[in-house]
Structures are given as structure tokens and as C-alpha cells.
Design a protein around this ligand. Structure first.
Ligand SMILES: NC(=O)c1ccc[n+]([C@@H]2O[C@H](COP(=O)([O-])OP(=O)(O)OC[C@H]3O[C@@H](n4cnc5c(N)ncnc54)[C@H](OP(=O)(O)O)[C@@H]3O)[C@@H](O)[C@H]2O)c1
Length: 425
């Protein structure tokens, strides 16, 4: 605890509270700060990571003051405080932009109140940790900030709070900026495949991960939010090696991660995307079949033809319209599964099971969160997971409005925009 902001509470965690946390996380292998510690970025060892000046009372943030408005740069916002056991304070070094960062204000959703701070993906330097944390002051971490209802955890600010079970250490060999681009996409892909469809990551021969079905089975059902409870226990026909899965929107950041995880599981993956633009990359990541997204009816025919009408797993990462197209590619056996990350068809077919991704499990269930960040650390360290290509936006927090316009206009194809606030790699 080298650096304490004047308005930041002491992080001493009581024995009872820590005990409760350990109880919740006992069902899986925990990664510790001592395991492979030298393999991860730390400010004391890496000159490229700037050592922060002592914190001041206030910070710059990007504030949303009204829906359909641009964000406003504010210079005198309070630095967020640690309030709960297990929380860490992070100096933000890089921010990865997600489509929701412009969609939320434009369509007025995912904004708990106004004014609000948004931002779902960050990489940063750990300034403060709780006792007995697997993280240490000086670690450089990436944080998927799925807990958007907690304004302290938002990415569009100079300092953010996270829970230690939601922060993954960034390996020395990995770019901090690129790491800021992958968090939410990884969490969404892993929960979609591992919880909703029930894929068992522990069977991977390379960089095995958690068997999320069994991690979730050991959770207290009362601790899971009612709106995701059914989805958490929905997987009944778990995909097996050799099964086909179709991904509509495979060139999205989430699609690229989903493709890689599905290939590690030995699935055969059909990728629907702009083949001229993204075909080379998708083939490199292991796609078994590329289907161009322009002629949608033909795309449906191709998928049905290649799978002989027996496709049982499909993931849409674009929207309701393409989810409805993808639905047509599935066998109507009652054992087929359509997962929509951005919407599902309006009408439901009794022969198909429909899924959404229970994203909040990541921050609500420490066992799930920690198993995913520990796995992500090893996937990055082993070089098993390729990170998205990135394009850097100029101007720090002040440059985010312009960068989001570029994202909204579809001008950044197949790349994540990353805003640097001090990351130099
Ligand atoms: N529910 C959740 O918790 C959750 C979590 C993560 C993401 N999401 C959602 O998932 C979606 C993708 O997010 P992301 O961050 O991965 O996206 P992203 O990286 O920003 O995706 C951009 C890509 O989308 C492709 N695309 C656009 N329209 C398409 C279409 N009709 N068919 C196929 N591809 C199309 C573009 O391809 P071109 O280059 O060909 O234009 C571009 O490569 C977003 O809607 C996001 O909100 C939801």
C-alpha cells in the first residue's frame, strides 16, 4: 500500500470478510501472485510503465451529462474510493472502446443515472490491494468492467476501482494497450461458450481453463441474480469435439475470441463475416468455413448445406436480424442452441433453445471471475490467445468522443480502438 489517496479508505480486510470470500472461491484452483510472478508486467521492473505521482484528491473523468449527448471532460471529479473487501485501486493506462460506449448514450440504455461515467475495458497499474490478494501493488492488469452499475469501476477516468478477482495480470510479453481491448470480449465469449452452451474448457490440451458448468454448480443459487439464474443452469447438450458451431459476426472482437476458444475445444467453426476483408485473419485463427455476410439468404443456404441441416450450435454477435437468419440454419430437434449477444428473434421456435450471455456472473460470482482472469493470464502468457489488432486514438480522455464517432460510423473495421492514458506499449 505505497500510495494512498487522502480520500481512500484503508484496505485492511477483516478476517471474517476474507473468509467469506475464500469460501466462495474454494471450488477452483486459485492462481497466486507468486506463481510465475516474473512473467507479468510490474512497474518496478518495467521502465516503460510510468510510476505514478502521489495521488491527488481529484481526477479527470469523461462524464455523460445527458442521453444523446457527447461526453464532457471534467477535471475535478473525486477519485473513487475503495469501499468493499477485495477491491483494488488502479491507475488507468489504456482504455479499450466497445460499441456499447456509444450505443448506451445514443439509445439510452445501460446508464443507471445521470451524470454517469461509462467505459467497459481498461488496463492499468495497481496502486492499492487488499490483504492476502493474489495481486500486488505495481502489477499491471487488464480489467473487464462488466459491473457498469458501479460508477467507481468505469473505464473513462484516470483512476478506477476493481475487484481483484476481476483483474488479470498482463504478461511481460504482452502489449498493455492491446490488453485493454480484450477483456469484455473474452468474458462474453467464455461465459457464452462455457456457461450457456456448457463447453468444458478444462479438457483443452493447450492452456486448459475452468469447467464453468461445475464452477457454477457449486455456487449458492441464492447468490445468483434472478434474471440470469435460468441461463446459468441451461447447458444440457454440451458441445463435443468435432461438433459444428456457426458464428455470425466472426470478425467482431468477441467473434475472434469465440472462434479461438471454440477451436481450442476441437469444434468445427463456421464464420460469417466480410470474407474479402477478414478472411485471411479468420483462416489464420482456425476457421473451418468462411461464409460471406453480404448475401444473407445464400449464407443460410451454405451453412445448412455444409452441415446437412444438422447444425446444433450457433452464436450471433451482430443483432436480432442476423440472429433470425442464423436461427434458420439450425436443426429443429429441441437440442439446438442459438445464443444472441445483441438480441434474439422475436418469435421463438419450440425446436430451438435460446440463450443470452449471463455477463454479470463475472463480477457477481468471485469463483467465476477469478477462474476466468487466471485462465486469461495463462492464455496470454502461453501466447495461445491472439489479441485483437488495435488502432490508437489520440487525445487521451478528450479524444474519446471523436473515437466513438469513428466506431459508430463503422470506419474501424476488424480492429479495436484503444485510448492511451500513459501506456507506452
Ligand atoms: N451481451 C453482452 O454482454 C455483450 C458482451 C460483448 C459484446 N456484446 C455485443 O456484441 C456485439 C459485438 O461487440 P464487439 O465489441 O465484439 O464488436 P466490434 O469488435 O466493435 O465489431 C465490429 C465488427 O462487426 C462487424 N459487423 C458489423 N455488422 C455486421 C454484420 N451485419 N454481419 C457481420 N459482421 C458485422 C464489422 O465487420 P465489417 O468489418 O465487415 O464491417 C466489424 O468487424 C456488440 O453489439 C456488443 O454490444 C454484448
Amino acid at each position: 500500500m505505497a500510495l494512498l489517496a487522502p480520500n481512500i479508505m484503508s484496505t485492511t480486510t477483516t478476517f471474517l470478510q476474507l473468509g467469506e470470500l475464500e469460501q466462495k472461491t474454494k471450488s477452483f484452483h486459485r492462481c497466486t501472485s507468486s506463481s510465475n510472478a516474473g512473467a507479468f508486467q510490474r512497474s518496478t521492473h518495467e521502465e516503460k510503465t510510468p510510476v505514478p505521482k502521489p495521488l491527488e484528491m481529484t481526477q479527470q473523468v469523461l462524464l455523460l451529462k445527458g442521453v444523446k449527448e457527447q461526453y464532457t471532460l471534467v477535471n475535478d471529479h473525486n477519485i473513487p474510493s475503495i469501499l468493499h473487501p477485495g477491491e483494488i485501486l488502479v491507475k488507468v493506462l489504456a482504455i479499450g472502446l466497445n460499441p456499447i460506449d456509444w450505443k448506451a448514450p445514443a439509445f439510452n440504455f445501460g446508464i443507471p443515472s445521470l451524470p454517469w461515467i461509462n467505459g467497459r475495458d481498461l488496463a492499468g497499474l495497481v496502486l492499492q490491494v487488499p490483504e492476502k490478494s493474489r495481486l500486488r501493488v505495481g502489477d499491471v492488469v487488464l480489467v473487464p468492467s462488466t459491473d457498469y452499475r458501479d460508477i467507481r469501476k468505469a473505464a473513462f477516468q484516470e483512476y478506477a476501482i476493481a475487484t481483484d478477482f476481476n483483474a488479470a495480470r498482463i504478461p511481460s510479453s504482452t502489449s498493455i494497450s492491446a490488453s485493454a481491448s480484450v477483456g469484455v470480449a473474452f468474458v462474453a465469449s467464455a461465459l457464452a461458450l462455457g456457461v450457456s452452451l456448457g463447453l468444458d474448457f478444462s479438457l483443452f490440451t493447450k492452456s486448459p481453463g475452468p469447467n464453468l458448468v461445475s464452477v457454477v454448480d457449486q455456487l449458492d443459487r441464492n447468490s445468483i441474480s434472478a434474471d440470469i439464474l435460468n441461463e446459468c443452469f441451461a447447458s444440457s447438450d454440451r458441445p463435443q469435439r468435432g461438433d459444428w458451431v456457426a458464428i455470425w459476426g466472426a470478425s467482431t472482437t468477441t467473434g475472434l475470441i469465440t472462434l479461438q476458444l471454440a477451436k481450442l475445444a476441437g469444434l468445427r467453426v463456421i464464420c460469417v463475416a466480410d470474407v474479402a476483408r477478414h478472411g485471411t485473419k479468420l483462416l489464420k485463427l482456425g476457421a473451418d468455413l468462411l461464409v460471406d455476410r453480404q448475401d444473407t439468404e445464400r449464407a443460410v443456404e451454405i451453412i445448412r448445406g455444409v452441415t446437412s441441416g444438422k447444425l446444433r450450435y450457433a452464436i450471433d454477435i451482430v443483432g436480432k436480424e442476423t440472429a433470425t437468419l442464423l436461427e434458420k440454419t439450425l436443426e429443429r430437434s429441441g437440442q439446438s442452441h442459438l445464443l444472441g449477444l445483441t438480441g434474439l428473434p422475436k418469435e421463438r421456435d419450440p425446436g430451438i433453445r435460446y440463450h443470452t450471455v449471463p455477463i454479470k456472473l463475472f463480477h457477481e460470482a468471485p469463483a467465476v471471475g477469478e477462474s476466468l482472469v487466471c485462465w486469461l493470464e495463462s492464455l496470454l502468457q502461453d501466447g495461445t490467445l491472439s489479441l485483437p489488432d488495435i488502432v490508437r486514438a489520440e487525445g487521451g480522455l478528450d479524444g474519446i468522443n471523436a473515437a466513438l464517432e469513428t466506431l459508430r460510423d463503422g470506419l474501424v473495421s476488424g480492429k479495436r480502438i484503444v485510448v492511451d492514458l500513459g501506456a507506452h506499449s
